[in-house]
Each structure stands twice: as structure tokens, then as C-alpha cells.
Write a protein that binds this ligand. Structure first.
Ligand SMILES: [Zn+2]
Length: 221
């Protein structure tokens, strides 16, 4: 009888102990979780918050743009990060503009619209075929390949087929591109060439510093 009781009570005690340990662990884990969340929250604190009347951003109405160390962009309910560095070529050829580049543009577009400046992407992603066609056309127009490369690069060198280059307001008001040149770094977009006021690439982190302008595209390798 004793043995049977002991056999019965030992697992019960064991179970209870395990339950107690589990409760303790869960408590510790939640405390740790709260602490971790507090640290994350502290690190991600909003550095700057710009509120404005509803504008379209990411194709949805939004009322504020937030800037904090890990994120800058329009807020629609959940954060849509713009990335933390320069955006570079991937491993596979894309079929459209890089989504994060587009997100950067939409954030900039929303901020510009707030002060009455309109921006549009007049040329963004191009297929390699289109890019090569434009390059061959430029050679005819400028007589030599060397001269043509100052304006249009072949598809293996251009960042348009990588979805990483935007020609902003090329067929619209130059003021939109001028605004982006002055403010684009906040969104990680930079004017690249002295001879092309319309051409922008994601050459820095949002809130970073854009590199100095290159004279033209002919030195791209
Ligand atoms: Zn361009």
C-alpha cells in the first residue's frame, strides 16, 4: 500500500514541481520579454514626427511621416520600412522597380505634396532590351559610344534594369526633382549626375548623406 501510494505521490509531486518551475520560467520569460521590448522601444524612439493633412502614400491616405533610427516613412497602421542602407543590385534581374525604392519615392512624394510640389516617376524600371535600344539610339544621336554613355548606359551598366534608378519629373516640372535633390537623402534617394537633374538612385540610408555628384554616367563600371 505504502509503495503504491508512494508510486502515486511521487509523480504527482514531480508534476507539481514541474508546474511550479514552468510558472516561474514563464514569469521570468515575460519579465525578460517586457524588458527586451522596452529596450527595443527605446532604441526605436521617434526622432522626428511630421504631421500633415491626409495625403496619398503607398497609395493609401496617411496623416503622418515618422523618422526614427530604424524607420522613416508614412504611417498607415503598420510600418513599411524604407531600409537601413544603400540599396544595391540583387542576384536576379527584377521585373519592376525595387519595392523599397518605390516605398522611398512614395514617402518623398507624400512629403513634397504637403507643400504643393508634385513628383512623378517618368521612367523607372526598364527591361535590358529597352535599355539597349535606348543606348543604341543614343550612339546614333551622339555619334560615339563614349559620348552616348554620358547620357544612356548599356544594360549591363545601367541601374534602370535593376529597378534601382528613377527619372523624376523628366517630362514634368523640374521643381519636383529639385525638391527631391534637396530633400531626397531623408528618404535615401540621391541625385547622381551633374548632367542629369532627373536621375535618382537609393545611394544612402534614409536620413543619410548622399555622395557627391558625378560629372556624368560615363565612368560607371
Ligand atoms: Zn535615369
Amino acid at each position: 500500500m505504502f509503495l503504491r501510494v508512494k508510486k502515486w505521490t511521487f509523480p504527482a509531486c514531480y508534476s507539481f514541481s514541474m508546474f511550479f518551475v514552468a510558472v516561474l520560467l514563464m514569469g521570468a520569460a515575460s519579465l525578460f520579454g517586457l524588458a527586451a521590448d522596452a529596450i527595443t522601444h527605446k532604441e526605436n524612439k521617434i526622432v522626428q514626427e511630421i504631421k500633415f493633412h491626409p495625403v496619398y502614400c503607398f497609395n493609401k491616405p496617411t496623416e503622418k511621416l515618422i523618422i526614427r533610427p530604424d524607420f522613416i516613412g508614412c504611417v498607415i497602421g503598420e510600418d513599411e520600412p524604407l531600409g537601413e542602407s544603400e540599396i544595391v543590385e540583387g542576384t536576379e534581374r527584377p521585373t519592376d522597380i525595387n519595392p523599397q525604392v518605390l516605398a522611398r519615392f512614395h514617402s518623398a512624394q507624400a512629403a513634397a505634396k504637403e507643400i504643393g510640389i508634385e513628383m512623378s516617376i517618368d521612367s523607372g524600371f526598364r527591361t535590358t532590351e529597352t535599355q539597349n535600344y535606348l543606348y543604341q539610339r543614343a550612339i546614333k544621336e551622339h555619334k560615339t559610344a563614349e559620348e552616348a554613355k554620358k547620357w544612356v548606359l548599356p544594360s549591363d551598366l545601367s541601374r534602370h534594369p535593376w529597378g534601382l534608378a528613377l527619372d523624376v519629373n523628366l517630362h514634368h516640372e523640374k521643381s519636383g526633382a529639385s525638391w527631391l535633390e534637396a530633400n531626397g537623402a531623408t528618404f535615401g534617394l540621391c541625385r547622381v549626375y551633374e548632367n542629369e537633374w532627373w536621375h535618382f538612385e537609393p545611394l544612402t540610408a534614409p536620413g543619410g548623406i548622399c555622395p557627391p555628384l558625378e560629372p556624368d554616367a560615363s565612368q560607371v563600371k
